[in-house]
Design a protein around this ligand. Sequence first.
Ligand code: ACO
Length: 326
Amino acid sequence: MTGRIIGLGSYIPKKVVTNDDFAKFLDTSDEWITERTGIKERHIADHITEKPSTMAVEAAKKAIEDAGIDPSQIDLIVTACTTPDLVIPSMSCVVQEAIGATENCGCFDVNSACPGFVAAWNTVQSFIETGNSKYALCIGSECNSNFANFQDRGTCILFGDGAGAAVLKADGTAKPNQFIMRSSGARGGCLRCEAARQPDRWEEEGFKTATSFYMQGREVFKFAVTEVPQIIKDLSEKFSFDLENDVDLFILHQANARIIEATAKKLGIPRDRFPMNIMNYGNASSASIPMLLTQLKQEGKIKPGMKLVMASFGAGLTWDANYIVY
Ligand code: ACO
């Protein structure tokens, strides 16, 4: 048994923040942001009705509706989130209650920064492949704006908020989940955010700003354009498929259009097989891949049987890639 996507859904916050909006209070411009990142606008949560947990619920409801199943059939919920509104209970438990899943449903969250959705996917697949789940919800939901420092022009312009969800159904005819996951704690210092609630540290110089995203952009950029193409190559060798002929679309984490373009170039694959929505949503961290999958389904650009490579990278450092049949 392997999980196959039978439903997709997303929730995008209503408020749109354009590059020109940032230029009103930061020394930046639409031209700089567009040229360096490909981003034109992003959606920012209102933090009252739109939080990681409420967005996860809305995305999950849409994915279940799309799957055409009853919520009582869901027996596992795994949510990826690095920017939660709740420490406990887990976001997955909040989703369980809101959708009306039964108490036979296992619920927990994973924290793996931007690659979190792929990490959650692999976790869900392991449950399905060992016979411990038949219908699972895999979610990515993020409010990056909770942790962005809006005085730091090098980071705040990158991020957006949102959520995406997939319903996976155990399928005896699907090929096994094929993936590679890698991490480097040793290189993690270039992308950090400390927990704010450490009272004994409030007096430390720089502690307050350390509770917002800290990023050495160039380091992260170099890491991404090196490791993402490499892990995709390694995936194709490990599972004996040809990148040119055996992959319809490459679904990459939407962090920077230049990173995606560089990956396509290094792999020698035409850029049009790397769909992007970063121009409208920015970097939505672990929500970016399920948001993109949902959009592609709604636009009729992914169809059953299509072969996809998903790949993501982010804080940790962590990076991963999967080869799946939609
Ligand atoms: N507007 C105008 N100028 C800016 C801005 C801005 N928004 N941001 C930075 N600059 C300036 C810098 O201050 C610097 O000026 P200086 O030369 O006078 O010092 C200059 O632009 C160049 O800065 P760099 O940081 O070297 O610019 P770079 O071309 O590397 O682009 C960027 C910065 C867009 C952040 C890029 O490095 C990048 O995308 N890195 C990867 C980020 C990423 O993908 N992060 C993933 C996070 S995932 C997670 O897990 C949370």
